[in-house]
Design a protein around this ligand. Structure first.
Ligand code: ARG
Length: 464
């Protein structure tokens, strides 16, 4: 037994062991050891299924379960000692179990392959990880919502093409990111559902000859059901591609937010002030306060999207059944998960401590942003919008040529363009009024933003 335990899992067929260079290439233990808890939980459930099927006794099942709990404890208190032959986490756990309980350990792998085992463990790990990412995302949404509440009435320039377009409220801007994240949460939940389907009981590729109740086994591990086809179950990693897609898309949202905040907190804008705790200084320029958290958000987005692209390329040419290429699924998955778990808390802090500077936002509003309102004014006087657009365009041009602001052009100037202009046209030059008029559902008016906030709170209550 101790002799076998120091060898590879396939020592029976082999005369010599693998070259050192091959071991270094082939071993996944250095990175897949983090799945120890999933491996152990799923193995305990599998031992239960084996005993229900009459393949091992209840006493053997109990010995296996308590041995595995001991291995789990060793990982948790940092005393687990990997051995030279521990190719991956599955090998390491079984080797240690054998040392601890002897013979019954050798029965655990009956009917099971590392192919169905690794697919199951990875799904289990991913399902739990998604749960934590959803919790973090909800916290980030709460931080955005809190800022939106403070700024339902705060006016700021809205942009298209990064050119001042129309006034909006800062609350509306914050809420735009809240709603993006609601869709990310939905995508995370759908991906978790697709993840928690169990390949265990698929064997290496063909299924198991033992009467394993795969539905019961799936449920014992917290999965909803077993996979439908053993070949599919052991060889697809679409659930990981799904994870990386949702991660990439969510990061794309966060990256856009980061870019906005970097821009709005920069010297030229000054709309936002970042808290010192969420910025870093420069080693050379004493005056600098750099938005590193936001830049890393933007930077990691490229990295995670790269992982998605990398995995798709790993998968696309694989022939049927398990192939070792599939071992390349884990590092991108773990790296994307780590990136999110380390990043989102820093973003939450950044948003919570962000100061909005309403005066700066207000000062950046210019009358040109009310040109559309002036056209709408003419529409109110019965002029078709297309024509109104042209008339106001000429007023804007006159203003640019003469250097006289739109609101300072004389009534005669306006009436020369169209008799539809009357003295009340000057009422259009009110930013708060412009914003208040955008009161239809989903618009930027303070009332609409308050409505969004109420709906957002409802959403949080049902989705948290
Ligand atoms: N470490 C492997 C992986 O991550 C486990 C499965 C290996 N199976 C095999 N037949 N070599 O994919």
């Amino acid at each position: 037994m101790s002799d076998l335990s120091s060898k590879t899992l396939w020592a029976g067929r082999y005369e010599v062991s693998a070259a050192e260079a091959v071991r270094r290439l082939n071993d996944s233990y250095p990175f897949d050891q983090r799945m120890y808890a999933s491996d152990i939980t799923c193995s305990i459930a599998y031992a239960g299924a084996l005993s229900k099927a009459g393949i091992i006794t209840e006493a053997e099942r109990d010995a296996i379960a308590s041995g595995l709990e001991q291995v789990r404890a060793e990982f948790e208190n940092g005393t687990f000692q990997p051995a030279a032959g521990d190719e991956d986490i599955h090998t390491a756990v079984e080797r240690r179990l054998t040392e601890l309980i002897g013979a019954p350990a050798g029965k655990l792998h009956t009917g099971r392959s590392r192919n169905d085992q690794v697919a199951t463990d990875t799904r289990h790990w991913q399902g739990q990880t998604i749960g934590r990412i959803i919790t973090l995302t909800l916290d980030l949404q709460r931080a955005l919502l809190a800022q939106a509440k403070l700024h339902t009435d705060t006016l700021m320039p809205g942009y298209t093409h990064l050119r001042a377009a129309q006034p909006v409220t800062a609350g509306h801007w914050f809420m735009s990111y809240f709603w993006m994240l609601t869709r990310d949460v939905s995508r995370w939940k759908a991906t978790r559902e697709a993840t928690l389907i169990s390949p265990l009981g698929s064997g290496a590729l063909a299924g198991t000859p033992y009467p394993i109740d795969r539905q019961q086994l799936a449920e014992a591990m917290g999965f909803s059901r077993p996979t439908m086809n053993s070949l599919d179950g052991v060889s697809d990693r679409d659930f990981i591609a799904g994870f990386l897609y949702v991660a990439s898309l969510m990061m794309t949202h966060l990256s856009r937010f980061a870019e906005d905040v970097i821009l709005f907190s920069s010297g030229g804008f000054g709309f936002l002030k970042l808290d010192e705790r969420y910025t870093t200084g420069s080693s050379l320029m004493p005056q600098k306060q750099n938005p590193d958290v936001l830049e890393l958000t933007r930077g990691k987005t490229g990295r995670i999207a790269g992982h998605l692209s990398g995995l798709l390329n790993t998968l696309k040419g694989l022939p049927t059944g398990y192939n070792k290429d599939l071992q390349e699924d884990k590092e991108p998955l773990f790296d994307a998960a780590d990136s999110l778990e380390i990043l989102i808390p820093a973003l939450i802090g950044t948003v919570e401590t962000l100061t909005v500077i309403p005066e700066k936002m207000r000062a950046a509003l210019d009358e040109g942003m009310l040109a559309t309102d002036l056209a709408d004014y003419l529409v109110g006087k019965g002029i078709p919008f297309r024509e109104a657009h042209g008339l106001v365009g000429r007023a804007v041009r006159r203003s640019l040529e003469t250097g006289v602001a739109l609101s300072a052009l004389s009534l005669e100037d306006y009436r020369a363009l169209s008799p539809a202009f009357e003295a009340d046209l000057y009422r259009v030059f009110d930013f708060a009024e412009s914003v208040a008029k955008r009161a239809a559902f989903g618009g930027t008016s303070p009332d609409s933003v308050r409505m969004q906030i109420a709906l957002a709170e409802e959403w949080l209550a049902t989705n948290a």
